[in-house]
Write a protein that binds this ligand. Structure first.
Ligand SMILES: [Fe+2]
Length: 189
């Protein structure tokens, strides 16, 4: 029997779907995500399980038309992403713990160079990423325990072709996928 969609997640999905029809898409979507991460009482534990070696991405919901997706990122102590891009707009909301986002300048040839200091996200904080505002970053757990953030992207991000940027320069194609198993099916709207 499918897991019922948590009410807070259902409200966020409905608001984002509604916002997609409006010109103020990102602002409305950011508000919906901000409300979702304002309280840490709705994410089922199965979607917040860390892995000993890798950060985890659980798909919580994918819009059937592929217009957006909502993902929980779960970080064990010391875990970090490679330097990567997205190719679409995205909004990150911190639910639990803390994470650091370091932006980079990367042209796909020269080694990526950091821009400014890392942005530390704490519970309730949101950050915007994407081609219009800075699309290349590296995210790491900034908390001694497990951290969880909820990400909203303007596509089905786990199936979207994008890039990682090795420290030595160049870039490589990257499709992140999801870690959902039989006990963590994505939620419907
Ligand atoms: Fe990212």
């Amino acid at each position: 029997m499918p897991t019922p969609t948590p009410a807070a997640l259902a409200r966020c999905i409905a608001k984002v779907a509604q916002a997609l029809a409006a010109p103020s898409l990102q602002a409305e979507a950011a508000t919906a995500l901000s409300r979702l991460v304002a309280r840490d009482d709705w994410l089922p534990a199965a979607y917040a399980q860390p892995h000993a070696d890798y950060y985890q991405q659980y798909l919580l919901h994918a819009d059937p038309a592929g217009c957006f997706s909502i993902v929980s990122f779960v970080w064990g102590p010391g875990q970090a992403t490679p330097i990567h891009d997205h190719g679409v707009w995205g909004i990150v909301g911190q639910l639990r713990g803390a994470e650091a986002s370091q932006r980079f300048a990367a042209d796909g040839h020269a080694p990526p160079t950091p821009i400014g200091a890392p942005h530390i996200l704490r519970p309730g904080d949101i950050d915007v990423i994407g081609p219009d505002v800075g699309d290349v970053h590296q995210v790491s757990n900034a908390h001694a325990g497990v951290s969880v953030s909820i990400h909203l992207y303007g596509t089905d991000i786990g199936r979207h072709q994008r890039h990682v940027y090795p420290a030595t320069g160049g870039r490589k194609p990257f499709i992140s996928g999801y870690v959902n198993g039989p006990d963590t099916p994505p939620f419907s709207a």
